[in-house]
Design a protein around this ligand. Structure first.
Ligand code: SAM
Length: 297
C-alpha cells in the first residue's frame, strides 16, 4: 500500500469535514477523485499521509479548510448552460418584473456561480432585454443588479478576472461572442525556469485562446464569497439562480439552503434550479412554472 492511499476511516473523516463545512455529501464513488484532488495539496505541505492532513484540518485552521474546500468542490459551468431557462428569463421573467417595478431595482442572485459564466450570461441577457424592449424616450428603464456568489474563493477570483477558454463558450451563439468578448492569443509558459537559448529558439510556444468579457458587462456583476448554509446578508432578490448545486447536498443541507434562499426571494419572485433538481423534501410555497423554474407565491 502506498503512503498516499486513503483508508475507509480516513475517507469517512474527509466526508465528515466536507459535510460540516459545506453541506456537500461526498459519496463513496468519489473516493479516487478526492485522492487525486488532494494529492497536490499534500505534496505542497510536504505531508506524506492523509492522516497527517486530516490532523491539520481537525486543528480547525480556517485557512486550510478553505483551501480544502477549493480543492474538493466541483465547479463545472459554462455560459448559457440550459439555454431554455435563459430564454425564459428573457422572454417571460424580465417582462413580468419590469411590469411590476417602476421605481425599484430588479435584483438577481446567481448563488453557487462558480467562475462567473452564469451571472455574466444573465448580465448579457439583461442588456439585450433592455435594448430590445425599452423605448428610451418614454419608458422607464429598470436598474438591474446582479450578484454572483460561491463558497470557493478561487473561482470567485476567476469570475472577477472574467476571461475564459473556448470550453466555457461552447454553447454561446457566435453573434454573442462577437459582441461581448475580445479574443486574445496568449502564449503558454510551460515553466518559469530560464530556457536554454538554442532549445527556446527551436521550440514553438503553444498558444491558448482566451475570451475577455466586455468591460461594461464585467462591471455589472458584483461577486461575493458566500456559504449557502449561512444567511446571506443582502437585500432580497427577484430572481435566484441555484443551479447544479443541490445535487451535491443531502436532504438536510438541501432543506437548510432552500429555506435560507426562500427568505431572500421577494413575493412573486422566481427560483431557478438545475434541470435534474427539484423541491421535493420541502414544504416551501413555490408554484411550478417551467423546467426547473418556480415562483414564490
Ligand atoms: C457545478 S457548479 C454550478 C455552477 C453554476 N451554477 C452552473 O449551474 O453552471 C457548483 C458550485 O457550487 C458551489 N458550492 C458547493 N457547496 C456550496 C456551498 N455550501 N455554498 C456555496 N457554494 C457552494 C461549488 O463551489 C461550485 O462552484
Amino acid at each position: 500500500m502506498s503512503m498516499l492511499d486513503l483508508t475507509e476511516k480516513e475517507f469517512e473523516k474527509i466526508v465528515e469535514i466536507m459535510y460540516k463545512a459545506t453541506g456537500v455529501f461526498l459519496r463513496s464513488t468519489k473516493k479516487n477523485l478526492i485522492i487525486n484532488r488532494l494529492r497536490t495539496r499534500l505534496a505542497d505541505l510536504k505531508l506524506n499521509s492523509f492522516s497527517a492532513y486530516i490532523a491539520l484540518l481537525e486543528k480547525n485552521s480556517t485557512d486550510e479548510i478553505n483551501i480544502f474546500i477549493n480543492q474538493i468542490t466541483t465547479n463545472e459551468t459554462y455560459f448559457f448552460r440550459h439555454a431554455l431557462q435563459f430564454n425564459f428569463l428573457h422572454d417571460v421573467i424580465l417582462p413580468d418584473l419590469k411590469e411590476k417595478y417602476t421605481h425599484q431595482s430588479i435584483r438577481i442572485w446567481s448563488a453557487a456561480c462558480s467562475s462567473g459564466e452564469e451571472p455574466y450570461s444573465i448580465a448579457i441577457l439583461c442588456k439585450e432585454f433592455l435594448k430590445n424592449n425599452i423605448n428610451i424616450s418614454n419608458d422607464y428603464i429598470p436598474n438591474i443588479e446582479i450578484i454572483g456568489s460561491d463558497i470557493n474563493s478561487e473561482v470567485i477570483v476567476e469570475a472577477m478576472e472574467a476571461h475564459y477558454g473556448e470550453k466555457s463558450l461552447r454553447e454561446t451563439p457566435e453573434s454573442i461572442i462577437a459582441k461581448y468578448f475580445i479574443e486574445k492569443k496568449i502564449p503558454i509558459h510551460k515553466s518559469s525556469k530560464p530556457q536554454n537559448t538554442a532549445s527556446s529558439i527551436n521550440s514553438i510556444n503553444p498558444i491558448s485562446i482566451r475570451y475577455y468579457l466586455n468591460s461594461e458587462i464585467k462591471k455589472s456583476v458584483k461577486f461575493i464569497a458566500h456559504n449557502l448554509l449561512n444567511e446571506f446578508a443582502q437585500k432580497s432578490f427577484d430572481v435566484i439562480f441555484l443551479r447544479n448545486v443541490l445535487i451535491y447536498f443531502d436532504s438536510y443541507s438541501k432543506k437548510r439552503v432552500l429555506s435560507n434562499l426562500y427568505a431572500k426571494i421577494n413575493n412573486g419572485g422566481y427560483l431557478i434550479l438545475g434541470l435534474s433538481e427539484g423541491l421535493n423534501d420541502t414544504d416551501l410555497k413555490f408554484k411550478f412554472i417551467h423546467s426547473g423554474i418556480y415562483k414564490k407565491e
